[in-house]
Write a protein that binds this ligand. Structure first.
Ligand code: SAM
Ligand code: SF4
Length: 353
């Protein structure tokens, strides 16, 4: 029995093309941004139950017939790369390693020209077995989520006893040259907010690049509270107690993480202050869900259905145009601080984080 269902937002493409959209082949929007980074969710399912992401009982998973097939994923991504100027593709979920055809999909995408950079955001469970095959298929890099180094705490946060699998996945990624291996950590007040320093030490010792992510209002349970969130500022304060941090001097550009040299470098740590230090003005992302819905932002209230038109024989050019229209309408920012902010009905695990 599941108690939280997956909200399916309104379809924005029903409003039709905007005549003001310029005749540009790429994914441009009204604020001068150009999307070149595509996040593809390969499944909404997961083998963990991180409390800040989904409820203990899981969600009403997407019915199989609604999910894109491997071939449909490759077709849509090839339109993005060959016609719309996408240059980076990241597979995510849910847990993308639960997708059996992942290696086949990666092979399909790395065969495209121009060849995009291909990466994976994963909880790392099962990566130890698959890292070599994924690297062989052309996967360039991975980001692995790791919120704690303590087994009992891992169970408390994710409701599963899998810390050793995650650490094994990380080690395999490093050994397989999926570099740089990046680690994503979310700190939760009174749960793991005393682990900023141990996590950074662990990553420094192994050459992993750690990034802390502020908790966002994207959990399926809608339990996020701003007052409870560990802010970028607090994370910096924690780290400053042990390490000397200084901005790395690189332009942040469209990268979400502010990067700091640790003790003079070359090692760096990243802080992704999505809520308190938003980077929407430089966002270069476009998103495709596992059921073939396009989103211009994690926080979009609307989606554009590509699966329906694709299964009704739409041409590549028609699908590309739907994509351009969707991105043209992208909002200026996520609006978390606006009085009328409404959390999207689709949770992070079903959008693709
Ligand atoms: N299952 C994979 C994983 O955990 O890496 C991929 C999907 S997960 C939704 C992607 C990232 O989003 C993870 O690093 C996770 O910690 C993060 N995440 C999930 N819910 C979040 C939230 N409410 N706020 C901030 N980050 C969140
Ligand atoms: Fe699964 Fe990732 Fe969500 Fe954790 S954050 S429950 S690993 S999708």
């Amino acid at each position: 029995m599941t108690s939280v269902s997956l909200g399916i937002p309104a379809i924005t493409s029903a409003t039709g093309p905007d005549p003001a959209r310029p005749d540009h082949p790429g994914l441009v929007d009204r604020y001068g941004r150009v999307a070149t980074d595509l996040r593809v969710s390969l499944t909404d399912r997961c083998n963990l139950r991180c409390t800040y992401c989904m409820p203990p009982e899981g969600l009403d998973w997407m019915p199989a017939e609604q999910a894109l097939t491997d071939g449909e994923v490759v077709r849509l991504v090839s339109i993005a790369v060959e016609q719309l100027g996408v240059r980076q593709v990241r597979f995510t979920g849910g847990e993308p390693l639960l997708r059996r055809g992942l290696e086949r999909i990666v092979t399909g995408i790395t065969s495209l020209r121009p060849r995009p950079k291909v990466s994976l955001t994963s909880n790392g469970i099962g990566l130890a077995r698959r890292a070599a095959a994924l690297a062989e298929a052309g996967l360039d890099r991975v980001n692995i989520s790791l919120d704690t180094l303590r087994p009992e705490r891992f169970r408390e946060i994710s409701l599963r006893d899998r810390l050793s699998d995650v650490l094994g996945g990380l080690a395999a990624a490093a050994a397989t040259d999926l570099h740089p291996v990046k680690v994503n950590a979310v700190l939760l007040r009174d749960v793991n907010d005393d682990e900023a320093i141990p996590l950074l030490r662990y990553c420094l010792e192994r050459g992993y690049q750690l990034r802390f992510i502020e908790q966002m209002p994207l959990d399926a349970q809608h339990g996020w509270e701003r007052s409870n969130m560990i802010t970028a500022e607090e994370i910096l304060q924690h780290l400053n107690a042990e390490f000397r941090l200084e901005p790395d001097g690189e332009e942040r550009g469209s990268a979400p993480a502010e990067r700091f040299l640790v003790d003079g470098g070359p090692a760096v740590v990243g802080i992704i202050g999505s809520v308190t230090r938003p980077f929407c003005g430089d966002c270069d992302r476009t998103r495709l869900t596992a059921d073939g819905q396009l989103r211009s932002c994690l926080f979009s209230q609307g989606e554009t259905d590509l699966r329906g038109p694709m299964r009704s024989d739409a041409s590549d050019e028609e699908l590309a145009d739907l994509w351009r229209d969707t991105m043209w309408r992208k909002a200026a920012g996520h609006g978390i601080d606006d009085p009328g902010f409404i959390q999207p009905s689709r949770p992070m695990s079903a959008i693709g984080g």
